[in-house]
Design a protein around this ligand. Structure first.
Ligand SMILES: *Cc1c(COP(=O)(O)O)cnc(C)c1O
Length: 477
């Protein structure tokens, strides 16, 4: 018998049978069905108690005592819709298909806080509908132009080019800057693998260096790793903390090394009052669904140099000459963004200031609530960094981190481990751990708590109280 069918009882059955059923361990609520198997009501242990106290006989049929005004969901409703039907009084939600119960859900079954969720409540749908209605759905169209313009203004850089992803934005910059075979690209060991993949895809070699106490590229480690083959460095503004662009910039300038900023997690962050993305020879942003703004998939590459922008535009579009159709000046890529994605991007940019303020507000709720929790460390950005909270990063004990992730998942809170350090991974180096201690510390101890443009303060508070509970349980065992 299926789990739910154990809770079924016929309306013709007696209250006594109902009491026996509840007593057999199926829980304090059973579902009352008519002779066709359709649900006509619920019966809780409270209903039963009240019926008996009101003088009902245990041999009376259940039918008249069932609660017929019950709240239910229909199979196919979204989790969000179902969740909205539950409250302090209604704690169980029967799910019906053609009138027959197929599930009985509680808040615990439905509550699920994703580590990040996009907020698409602005003009996204309107602008996408516009693309569909006008048939401008491919990579030409006014939203692409508008998105690039808005973005360049926001980051305070002359040129901005949309791309198909943050990864292709990095790769396009590297290719256009002439990074290729024989070149070394210095990359922090803690970052998403895309940073290193981009270098490998242009046939250069990523050289992994250690990060500093906030997870950003360590300037000394960068300086120490420079060789005569070093062509570029990729400071990654990890978790929305700006890297020390003064020191990284001056080392790079002195040694003649190109700087490509990876701003995938840091749109809106500043270093000493200047937006990240405005320091490098080029900078890449990502609009994957969990980033500061999203276009589903998508990216942007920005640069101050008009010639570089032209070369990137050429390579983005198959290396084809702009005014001579099907005439290829050099081998290129198709890294274009669609007008549909850009339409979402424009709508997101309209809200970016609100998003950033919201993220900062959520982060300060986290900070205040977690400051004094034993076993939790909160890495703070450098003095010069006006950070933008991406996922909310904390450091916990390495021996409990993964157990904590599992325990939080069981209570409906989705979290992530920080990226495992790249230098020990099969794709990138397969080194024995030990060479890059701070990177390894981050990888072993870093835990990302949920944070996104749609999250509420109440959800932050729930996350914190779940985290406290689980940490307490672990310290007791
Ligand atoms: C997300 C991310 C990328 C890649 O962006 P995609 O749009 O997913 O290709 C690159 N670097 C970092 C640090 C990221 O977090």
């Amino acid at each position: 018998m299926s789990e739910i069918a154990r809770k079924f009882i016929s309306e013709a059955d007696t209250l006594r049978r109902g009491a026996e059923l509840m007593n057999s361990g199926v829980g304090g609520i059973i579902l009352v069905l008519d002779e066709d198997g359709c649900m006509i009501g619920t019966l809780t242990d409270g209903d039963l108690r009240r019926a008996v106290l009101a003088g009902a006989d245990l041999d009376d049929p259940i039918g008249p005592h069932a609660n017929r005004k019950f709240t239910f969901a229909t199979a196919g409703e979204s989790r969000q819709q179902m969740l909205s039907k539950l409250n302090d009084v209604i704690r169980h939600l029967p799910v019906l298909k053609d009138g027959r119960p197929v599930d009985l859900l509680s808040w615990k079954d439905l509550w699920w806080l994703p580590v990040a969720e996009p907020n698409l409540a602005g003009n996204e749908l309107k602008y996408v509908a516009d693309c569909v209605n006008t048939s401008w759905i491919s990579s030409q169209g006014s939203y692409v132009v508008q998105f690039e313009k808005m973005f360049a203004d926001f980051v305070a850089v002359e040129h901005a080019l949309t791309t198909s992803s943050g990864t292709t934005a990095l790769q396009l910059a590297m290719a256009a800057l002439g990074i290729g075979p024989g070149d070394e690209v210095i990359v922090p060991a803690v970052t998403f693998g895309a940073t290193a993949n981009a270098a490998i895809q242009v046939n250069a070699r990523p050289v992994f260096v250690d990060v500093d106490a906030v997870g950003c590229l360590c300037p000394e480690a960068f300086a120490d790793a420079v060789t005569e083959r070093t062509k570029a460095v990729v400071p990654v503004h990890l978790f929305g903390h700006a890297c020390d662009m003064d020191r990284i910039g001056s080392i790079a300038k002195e040694r003649g090394i190109l700087v490509i900023e990876d701003c995938a997690e840091a749109l809106g962050a500043h270093w000493n009052g200047r937006p990240v993305g405005s320091f490098g020879d080029a900078a890449a942003f990502s609009f994957f669904a969990n980033k500061i703004i999203t276009t589903g998939e998508g990216g942007m590459v920005v640069c101050p140099d008009p010639e570089l922008a032209d070369r990137m535009r050429l390579l983005r579009d198959h290396g084809m000459q702009r005014d001579r159709r099907y005439w290829h000046l050099e081998p290129g890529f198709n890294f274009r963004m669609t007008n549909i994605q850009a339409a979402i991007g424009v709508a997101q940019m309209e809200q970016v200031d609100t998003f950033l303020a919201h993220r900062r507000a959520l982060a300060s709720v986290y900070e205040n609530a977690l400051r004094d929790v034993p076993g939790v460390e909160l890495p703070q950005g450098h003095a010069g960094s006006e950070s933008v909270p991406w996922l909310f990063l904390i450091l916990v004990d390495a021996s409990t981190r993964d157990r904590l992730i599992t325990a939080l998942k069981a209570v409906g809170v989705d979290t992530r481990a920080v990226f495992p350090s790249l230098h020990v991974q099969p794709a990138f180096g397969s080194e024995v751990p030990g060479r890059l201690p701070t990177a390894e510390l981050f990888s072993d101890r870093g835990l990302c708590l949920p944070l996104s443009n749609r999250m509420t303060v109440a959800e932050v508070e729930r996350t914190v109280s779940s985290l406290r509970d689980e940490l307490k349980k672990m310290s007791e065992t």
